[in-house]
Write a protein that binds this ligand. Structure first.
Ligand code: PLP
Length: 396
C-alpha cells in the first residue's frame, strides 16, 4: 500500500516545503504520527492551533453545528454567524465592531485592501520591507519577499515599501494618493521582528495627517498570542482596519477584517462577497475558540508562560555558539542562529518536537497557548539537544 506521503506527492501539486512526517492526530500541544510517535508542537500550523489541537470546546461546537447546518449562504441570516459576529465585536479593538468574514489570512488582507480603496477613493498603498501578508495577488503585492512576488508580476499597482521600524522612512511615502499603510505589529515570517516603541504610534499619526487608513495585520500576532488580545495594544495603537485569522476558527479556516461602521458602509452590497464567507461550521468553531480564549484569559497565560519560555531560550542560546539571538513577545518567539536550520528542524522532529522556520536561520515558536510546563520543558530539551549536536559538529 502506498503511504500518505507517496500519495500526496503523486496527486498533490508540490507547492509546500515538506517535512517527512505524516501527522494523524492532535491534542492540545501534542501531535502524533501514524506509528504513534509523539511530538510537542511549537509550530501549531504556524500559530493556528492557538487554543490547542482538537480543543474539546471547538470539537463539541463543530459536532453539534455539523448536525444542524453546515452551509448557509451570506444572502440569508444564520444564528451561528450572528453569535460569532457578536463575540468578535466584543473582543475587537475599540470602534472596530464591523466585520468582513473570510476563510483565510490572505483573503482577509484582500478585504482590508479593498475596504481602504473604497473608503478613501485612493489607489496607493505603503507596506513594509520584510512584510508578509499572504500570497493571493492583492496581498502578495504588499508582501516583501521578491521570491514570492516576481514570478507573478504584474501585481497590484502602486505599492511602495518603507523600512519596518523606521517611521521617518514611512512619512515621505504617504501622500494624498495613499489609501492605506499596511503593517504587521510584529513581523512574523521575517524573524519575529519587534519595532521600536514609538513606531506604530508614529505611523498612526502619519496616516492621520495624510488622510490615509492604517491597516494592521494581526493574523499571526493576534488573539492573545503576544500577551495582549492584539499585539498593537502593547503600543496603544488602534488601526482603521485589522486583519485576523489563523487561530480565529480554532483550527477551522476563518478570518475577519475588522473595521469601523463608517468604513464598512462604503462597501456596497455585492462588491465583496464569497460563497463560504460566514460559513456556520467555521463560525460555530470561531465562537467556541473566542469563548475559550476569554474564559481562560489566554493573553495573560501567553504573557506568563511566554516570559518563562523566553528566559529558557535565552539560557539555551547563551550556551551555544551556533545561536545568535532570542526575540519575541509572549508566545511569539524566535531563536536566530548563524546557520541554515533545515537539518536542525528535521533533527528536532526526530527527537520529538516540531518548530517552524522564520527565515532560513531562525527557529520560530508559536505553540498552542494551552501548552503545559512539562511540554515546554520537553521541547526545550529537544532544542538544546539539537543545538548541542550542531555545536559539537562545527566547533569541536
Ligand atoms: N499575514 C500574516 C501576518 C501571516 O503570518 C500570514 C500567514 O502566515 C498571512 C497574512 C497569510 O495567511 P494565510 O496563509 O492564511 O493566507
Amino acid at each position: 500500500m502506498e503511504s500518505a506521503q507517496e500519495i500526496e506527492e503523486r496527486f498533490g501539486a508540490a507547492i509546500f516545503q515538506k517535512f517527512p512526517l505524516t501527522i494523524v492526530k492532535g491534542k492540545g500541544a501534542k501531535v502524533w504520527d501514524q506509528s504513534g510517535g509523539e511530538y510537542v508542537d511549537f509550530m501549531a500550523g504556524i500559530g493556528v492551533a492557538i487554543v490547542g489541537h482538537c480543543n474539546p470546546d471547538v470539537v463539541e461546537a463543530v459536532k453539534s453545528q455539523a448536525e444542524k447546518l453546515i452551509t448557509c449562504h451570506g444572502s440569508f441570516y444564520n444564528d451561528a454567524r450572528s453569535g460569532f459576529l457578536e463575540r468578535l465585536a466584543s473582543v475587537a479593538p475599540k470602534g472596530l465592531d464591523k466585520a468582513v468574514l473570510t476563510n483565510s489570512g490572505t483573503e482577509t488582507v484582500e478585504a482590508a485592501l479593498k475596504l481602504a480603496r473604497r473608503y478613501t477613493g485612493r489607489k496607493k498603498f505603503v507596506s513594509m520591507k520584510g512584510a508578509f501578508h499572504g500570497k493571493t495577488m492583492g496581498a502578495l503585492s504588499a508582501t516583501w519577499n521578491k521570491k514570492y512576488r516576481e514570478p507573478f508580476a504584474p501585481l497590484v499597482d502602486g505599492v511602495e515599501f518603507a523600512e519596518f521600524g523606521n517611521a521617518a522612512s514611512v512619512a515621505p511615502l504617504v501622500t494624498n494618493e495613499t489609501a492605506a499603510v499596511i503593517a504587521e505589529p510584529i513581523q512574523g515570517e521575517t524573524g519575529v521582528i519587534i519595532p521600536p516603541p514609538d513606531f506604530l504610534k508614529e505611523v498612526r499619526e502619519i496616516c492621520d495627517r495624510a488622510g490615509a487608513l492604517l491597516i494592521l495585520d494581526e493574523i499571526q500576532s493576534g488573539l492573545g498570542r503576544t500577551g495582549r488580545m492584539w499585539a498593537s495594544e502593547h503600543w496603544g495603537v488602534v488601526p482603521d482596519i485589522m486583519a485576523t485569522s489563523k487561530g480565529l476558527g480554532g483550527g477551522v479556516p476563518l478570518g475577519a477584517a475588522l473595521t469601523t461602521p463608517e468604513i464598512a458602509s462604503r462597501l456596497q452590497r455585492g462588491e465583496h462577497t464569497g460563497t463560504f464567507a460566514g460559513n456556520p461550521l467555521a463560525c460555530a468553531a470561531g465562537s467556541a475558540a473566542l469563548d475559550f480564549i476569554r474564559k481562560n484569559n489566554l493573553p495573560a497565560v501567553a504573557e506568563t508562560k511566554g516570559k518563562r519560555l523566553k528566559e529558557r531560550l535565552v539560557e539555551i542560546a547563551s550556551g551555544h555558539k551556533v545561536a545568535r539571538e532570542v526575540r519575541g513577545l509572549g508566545m511569539m518567539l524566535a531563536l536566530e542562529t548563524r546557520i541554515d536550520i533545515h537539518q536542525l528542524l528535521l533533527d528536532a522532529i526526530g527527537r520529538g518536537a516540531i518548530f517552524a522556520y522564520s527565515g532560513k536561520e531562525t527557529f520560530r515558536l508559536l505553540p498552542p497557548l494551552v501548552i503545559d510546563d512539562s511540554q515546554i520543558a520537553r521541547g526545550m530539551e529537544v532544542l538544546e539537544g539539537v543545538l548541542d549536536a550542531e555545536d559539537k559538529r562545527r566547533f569541536r
